[in-house]
Design a protein around this ligand. Structure first.
Ligand SMILES: [Zn+2]
Length: 97
């Protein structure tokens, strides 16, 4: 895709978009997986986007999850420790969808 830097095709369209922490592309929020940090400070996969607290978004693609895992991006974005189980569950979701 040949987009000019800084040009955001979704801007102003009123659609909820979020940036995937695996590929840094913007996608429609409903298409993304969410990982939330609960008020207690634990990190939980949040497939239905229903958890309270801060969250990060990821494409349901193995590539994005592996990228995020490699650099521990969920932990960095949410300022918390992310257990291997979280990534395991994300990968399982990908395998199923
Ligand atoms: Zn992605």
């Amino acid at each position: 895709m040949l987009f000019f830097p800084g040009w955001e095709p979704d801007k102003g369209m009123g659609r909820p978009v979020s940036t995937c922490v695996g590929c840094f592309q913007k996608h429609n929020k409903p298409d993304l997986l969410r990982v939330a940090r609960t008020p207690e400070g634990s990190i939980v996969p949040d497939r239905d986007h229903r958890r309270e607290g801060r969250g990060v978004y990821l494409c349901p693609r193995m590539e994005c999850i592996l990228n995020a895992e490699k650099e521990d991006r969920i932990a960095r974005h949410l300022d918390a420790t992310v257990s291997a189980d979280v990534y395991k569950e994300l990968k399982q979701w990908c395998g199923l969808s």
